[in-house]
Design a protein. Structure first.
Length: 510
């Protein structure tokens, strides 16, 4: 695979077009972080308001990933990704034209939906690559796409500075942010006309029913209901935070909480309609068609601590380096980008290790444990440190964070193929649950070295806890290193040179 990666033909063409779509969605998603202090000065915002904007930037990604996972499984990744990229232009232009804090909050909430694009590419790549190569392929997709946050940090401040002549010599953050949305929309059209959902001769597998995640045992149904609670609860936490800084009043907070309870009830009802026959004992899945929801739950927790922490750290790291070491905005943004820069190698590296080590579970345990220890080391960084050492430690920590993300999504497409989009949506949503929780905690901590120390310690401790849970309860997915996905059979003649495999879907010939 490594030798053919640069060919831009067949499945590699789809991989490159898809990771670049994710790259652009990440540029859009994190186009605010490099301009945090500039926006604050321009509109006269308080520190608490800035931290709230960072939370808003990841808030609606939680329900969006669940919903987009369902849409993806039904309609396919081609049309879903194209429409999401085109949509990105709307909140970008809203943010660029905002004149007060309220308008900034609304535009960042709407823009947080773009972060759900990650889920779409997971299914697209899984359709084009076999299980034995899925870790590296998904790692390249996620890692090179995630580099969009570093791309934003490197290029947008420079672009805004060059365009300063359009705003009386001040850094033109409005122009730079608007441009990211326009570019994403144009690429959405290009993507639609240049990709296909599946290789020729292959059928796109869809869930038996739509509206909720299909499980295969009664116990797993109730387990799923419990794991869905944090997806609504974290939005309630965000609403509480908005109340604390005066964006919502107490009455509006209670209305929001009631709405979120209703949202959870509606989600539970949809899951019930999909799994009703199973829960009532009217349906029983054969052993060959079952999967354990505990696999999904543990992958949700691993993504909470690795990607959740990445989102939180990427949002605060430019200001951290600027204030801790007294750096300029542009230099601090470029140094902070070293954390996301590691995505180019670390996330594919995590996927490759998962492919080659022979145990995806062991890979997960080692990477998550090392991530926890790295964050504990980050908690000791102070302004008295030699700056290059702090940068190297940041990159060291980032490697394990993003390699852990790669190992998570080396397993996600192997759990249950026909609901891969929904599983990826749930796991991805937990990454945003972690981000909102971590950023909310960060917004409540004192500013300066003490707050930063506690923040990184919390990241480290939660990662170590999840490491132990994986060691005792995570199971290796079936067919982790096979040549074909679940639901695919290959005629004997294919092995002797016939190019087109014979695919079987849900017990029927396709």
């Amino acid at each position: 695979m490594l030798t053919e990666l640069w060919s831009f033909r067949g499945r590699y063409r789809i991989l490159h077009l898809t990771w670049f779509a994710f790259f652009l969605s990440f540029v859009v998603w994190f186009n605010f972080a490099p301009f945090a202090t500039a926006v604050q000065e321009s509109l006269g915002l308080q520190a608490g308001q800035m931290r709230t904007l960072a939370i808003c930037n990841v808030a609606l990604t939680v329900p969006a990933r669940i919903i987009i996972g369902m849409v993806l499984d039904k309609y396919g990744p081609r049309i879903t990704y194209s429409l999401l990229l085109i949509y990105a232009a709307i909140p970008c232009l809203m943010f660029a034209l905002a004149q007060n804090f309220g308008q900034l909050v609304i535009s960042r909430l709407l823009l947080s939906i773009v972060g759900a694009g990650f889920v779409i590419g997971i299914r697209m790549v899984a359709e084009w690559f076999p299980p034995k190569e899925i870790g590296l392929a998904e790692g390249i997709y996620g890692g090179w796409g995630n580099f969009g946050s570093a791309g934003a940090a490197f290029t947008l401040p420079t672009l805004a500075t060059v365009a300063a002549f359009m705003s009386a010599g001040q850094i033109n953050w409005r122009f730079a942010i608007a441009l990211t949305g326009i570019v994403a929309a144009v690429y959405g059209v290009i993507y639609f006309f240049n990709v296909q959902d599946t290789p020729p001769g292959k059928v796109y597998q869809r869930p038996n029913r739509h509206g909720g995640l299909e499980v295969t045992s009664r116990r797993d149904f109730w387990f799923m209901m419990a794991m869905n609670i944090p997806l609504s609860a974290i939005l309630g936490l965000l609403a509480w935070r908005l109340t604390k800084i005066g964006f919502l009043n107490t009455t509006q907070l209670w209305i929001t909480w009631v709405f979120l309870v209703g949202l959870y009830a509606f989600q539970s009802y949809k899951c019930w309609t999909v799994n009703k026959e199973l829960v009532l004992g009217q349906k029983r899945y054969p052993a060959s068609d079952r999967y354990e929801f505990s696999q999904v739950a543990l992958l949700e927790l691993t993504y909470l601590v690795n990607f959740g922490s990445e989102l939180a750290v990427v949002s605060m790291l430019p200001a951290f380096f600027e204030n801790t070491f007294g750096l300029s905005k542009v230099l601090a943004g470029m140094i902070a980008a070293t954390y996301a820069f590691m995505n180019l190698a670390a996330r594919p590296g995590g996927g490759l290790i998962s492919d080659t080590l022979g145990s995806r579970k062991l890979t997960m345990i080692v990477l998550t444990g090392c991530m926890g220890l790295s964050y504990m080391m980050m908690s000791a960084v102070q302004g008295s440190w030699w700056l290059p050492i702090a940068i190297l430690l940041t990159m060291f920590c980032s490697f394990f964070v993003q390699a852990g993300e790669g190992s998570t999504f080396a397993m996600v497409p192997l759990v249950k193929r026909r609901v891969t989009g929904q599983i990826a949506g749930n796991v991805g949503a937990y990454g945003n649950v972690g981000a909102v929780a971590y950023l909310t905690l960060f917004s409540l901590l004192p500013e300066g070295d003490i707050g930063n120390k506690i923040f990184f310690q919390v990241l480290g401790v939660t990662a170590i806890i999840v490491t132990f849970l994986c060691a005792f309860y995570l199971k290796e997915p079936k067919g982790s290193f096979s040549a074909h996905h679940e639901g695919e059979e290959v005629h004997p003649e294919t092995a002797v040179g016939q190019p087109v495999p014979h695919f079987v879907e849900e017990g029927r010939e396709a």
